[in-house]
Design a protein around this ligand. Sequence first.
Ligand SMILES: [Zn+2]
Length: 221
Amino acid sequence: MEQGCDALKWSPRLPKEKLRRLYLTEAKGIYDNKLIDDVGMSLYMRCRDILTVKMAREEKKVRCPVCDDAQKETLIPRSGGRREIIKCPVCGWKIVWEDYLKTVKRKQLNAGGAVKAFETFMRNYENANSPKEKMLSIDRLLHEFHYSVKEQPDQPTRPVGVNLITGNLKSVIEFLDKLTAGEFCAPELKETKDQWDKNLHGFENINWKSIVDKKRKKKDS
Ligand SMILES: [Zn+2]
């Protein structure tokens, strides 16, 4: 491994099984604090990592992972070159920018058009006063969508679930689609599900077909 990489431990995506268990307990009217905290904190760290990567890439500020582990916030400015050495002035951690990028490759850590969804979840989760409120903020996040940044800001482009749950786009959509199986305790969960159905319908009409077609073409050629 290249120098500096081992300090960058990105939070993994959540296994589907854990979420299934969470929703099955909710359907029975049980708000299992331990399970909710487990899922919630995993999602929280995942969202934080997504925003950390975005800040490093777009705002050119790299959060030092060693200082971060010690609960200290050190943001290291970078100027832009691929071979640039990023060095923490506080603890001395360093990494070549190119190697930093390698650690995030194919990890679904791209914020895309869902920055607001990740930020909102983190804020809501921090402010949640009960296991039920935590559960509702988790549910809202899981059913959020990325939105097209450029042309049509109101057009959902893909579910944020792909950044948060293991599996490919198709399996994550199928999983989220059946997650509640029409059974839930809190009525708010029905509202997010209805909104999800609506968004997914728009998403499928415009994007889903072209994704499937592209995959087919690849297979045929
Ligand atoms: Zn540091």
